[in-house]
Every structure is written in structure tokens, then in C-alpha cells.
Design a binder for this molecule. Structure first.
Ligand code: GAR
Length: 321
């Protein structure tokens, strides 16, 4: 199995979500390990539990420090522990934009509402007062806006007649403990998920001018030009033509370039069956080391190879300025 993702959890109090993550991480197949539990409250009960479980802890009170100063201290502790993903579990501090941007796409939070409903505090009472039939919890990526950011997973929790904020909160908490470990596991292994990889390729391919998607022999493909006369510049190969790998197929300038690429990095490139003879190259996307900017450049180069002159000419002219 691949190396486990290294998780740092930030808490402010009880730490029951942290406990759920700690226990989930004990399962042999869990794709992450908890390497640090840190808090802005040195006496947070969750720290005691983490210590008893043999996990490194760190605490630094925020009193008397600016938000930026305190965040910098927490950031240093996370980096020092070799943390790859920050997981907020009842960390009741608004984070500075600087801290959030340092952990962009690598920081998750759990919030006790069905976001985008009821950001901030008092979520249970607000759901009850609104007459909602369901409440719930959400795991999302952290962006500078409070309780915003792409939602990764949600669980709905029915509101019972006679529920008050406390009874609802305790049921939502059960759902949180179920939701967070799985959502984190899926997130840290997303690069091995074919659907996620395909979505990343698709987004970049369709961002190029005058492109559309059309399957070819069952494989997703992207064409430039009109629906009738468009030409393929990329294919997504997943177990295609009997190959085991997941790869992006793009057009090189010809067999010479194709050969040079394979010679330079035979683990990354191969000549795809069927398309290989006409100078296409397969770039593997299933090795957990995909450089997505590089993939974007390849899509663009391949697009340039087949795009109608009127589109590439505009780019050439723009390039002269
Ligand atoms: C949890 O209910 C969590 O969703 C909430 O704080 C509680 C922490 O409990 N977080 C937020 O409201 C964040 N906006 P815990 O310390 O027992 O995990």
C-alpha cells in the first residue's frame, strides 16, 4: 500500500471528531495517520486523549497574539511534524487568509449544518426555528470565506418533533463521527480515483477554445472545432485496449518526439496501442505524482497540433505582443 497521508488535527475543545479520526486511523487499511493534534487551548480535553493514544500534541494560546502571529506558530508546528493535510475538528478560530492560502486544497473542516445553510454558530437552533425537516453536517475544503469552500461530503439528519438544539446537536455529532473519517480517506486518495482524474482532465480540456467532448470507442475524448468537423486532441484511457493504466493520450509532433519522451521517462510515458503509430503519446495519470500544470501544457500543445488555423493564428499574433 502507498504511504499514508500525514494528518495534523486542530482542535479547541472536546475533540470528539478528533477521536473519531484517531480511531479510524487505527484500521490497517486506513490511508492516513494522525501525526499531530494541536490546539489554541492548552487545556483542551482532546489533547489528553491524543497524548494517551501516543500522538504528538502541541498547544499555544492565542491570547495577546494577532491572528497572523498565532496562525504562524500553528503553521510552524504543523510543518515541523511533517503534516500534509490539516483537519479542523472544532477549531473555533477564524483563520488568517495567509494560513488558509498556505494550506489551500489541503485543509478540511467539518461543520454542523447542511452547508451552504447556516454558516457560523448556533446552527441547530437556526435549523429548528426555520422549520426545517432535516439538518445535518458537512465536510468541506477550507477557503478564506467562513464555512465556505467546496463541499466534499454531507449527511442529512432528520429533525424530530420536540428536538431542541442539544438533542439535535448530539444526533448530528454521531453523524459527524461517521462522516469525517470516510470523507478524509476519500480525499487523501482522490488522485487514485479514476472519476476524479477524469474530471481534472475534462476541466482542463474543455477550458481550451472551441472544444467539446465526444466518446470514441467508449473512451472520453476531446475535440477542437465544430461538432461536425472537429478533430480529437486528447483521449482519456482507462483500461483501454487492454492496457491496465489510466493515461492521457495526446498528440506529439511525431514519432521522434514520442520516442524521446519514452526514453527519458519510461514509467511516465508509453506508446499507446492503436494511436501510438501516428505519434500519440500516453502520459500516465495513476502514479500519484501527476503534475497537473504539465498535463494542462500537454493538452494545449496537442490542441495546437489539430486546431483550425484561424484559432492558432490568433494565438501566434497575440504571442508577438
Ligand atoms: C462539532 O460539532 C463541529 O462540527 C463543530 O464543533 C463541534 C466540535 O466538537 N464545528 C463548528 O461549528 C465549526 N464551524 P468536537 O470538539 O467534539 O469535535
Amino acid at each position: 500500500m502507498a504511504e499514508k497521508a500525514r494528518i495534523g488535527i486542530l482542535i479547541s475543545g472536546r475533540g470528539s471528531n478528533m477521536a473519531a479520526l484517531v480511531y479510524a486511523a487505527k484500521a490497517p487499511g486506513c490511508p492516513y495517520e494522525i501525526v499531530l493534534v494541536a490546539s489554541n487551548h492548552p487545556d483542551a480535553p482532546g489533547l489528553t486523549l491524543a497524548e494517551a493514544e501516543g500522538i504528538a500534541t502541541f498547544a499555544h494560546p492565542h491570547k495577546g497574539l494577532s491572528r497572523e502571529e498565532h496562525d504562524a506558530i500553528m503553521h510552524d508546528a504543523l510543518v515541523e511534524a511533517g503534516v500534509e493535510y490539516v483537519v479542523l475538528a472544532g477549531y473555533m478560530r477564524i483563520l488568517s487568509d495567509g494560513f488558509v492560502s498556505k494550506w489551500a486544497d489541503r485543509m478540511l473542516n467539518i461543520h454542523p449544518s447542511l452547508l451552504p445553510k447556516y454558516k457560523g454558530l448556533d446552527t441547530y437552533q437556526r435549523a429548528i426555528d426555520a422549520g426545517d425537516r432535516v439538518a445535518g453536517c458537512s465536510v468541506h475544503l477550507v477557503t478564506p470565506e467562513l464555512d465556505d469552500g467546496p463541499i466534499l461530503a454531507q449527511t442529512e439528519v432528520a429533525i424530530l418533533p420536540g428536538d431542541d438544539a442539544d438533542s439535535l446537536a448530539s444526533r448530528i455529532l454521531i453523524a459527524e463521527h461517521q462522516l469525517y473519517p470516510g470523507a478524509l480517506a476519500r480525499y487523501v486518495t482522490r488522485e487514485a480515483d479514476p472519476d476524479w482524474i477524469l474530471a481534472e482532465v475534462r476541466r482542463r480540456a474543455l477550458a481550451l477554445e472551441e472544444t467539446h467532448e465526444r466518446a470514441s470507442f467508449g473512451a472520453p475524448g476531446w475535440r477542437v472545432g465544430s461538432e461536425t468537423t472537429g478533430k480529437y486532441f486528447a483521449y482519456f484511457a482507462q483500461s483501454h485496449h487492454g492496457e491496465a493504466s489510466i493515461a492521457l493520450l495526446v498528440k506529439t509532433t511525431g514519432i521522434d518526439e514520442q520516442t524521446a519522451l519514452i526514453d527519458a521517462d519510461p514509467d511516465l510515458y508509453y506508446a499507446p496501442k492503436f494511436y501510438g503509430k501516428s505519434g500519440w503519446i500516453a502520459i500516465r495519470l495513476d502514479q500519484g505524482r501527476t503534475d497537473w500544470d504539465y498535463i494542462g501544457e500537454w493538452l494545449y500543445k496537442s490542441w495546437c497540433q489539430v486546431a483550425p488555423k484561424r484559432l492558432t493564428r490568433l494565438i501566434e499574433i497575440a504571442g508577438q505582443f
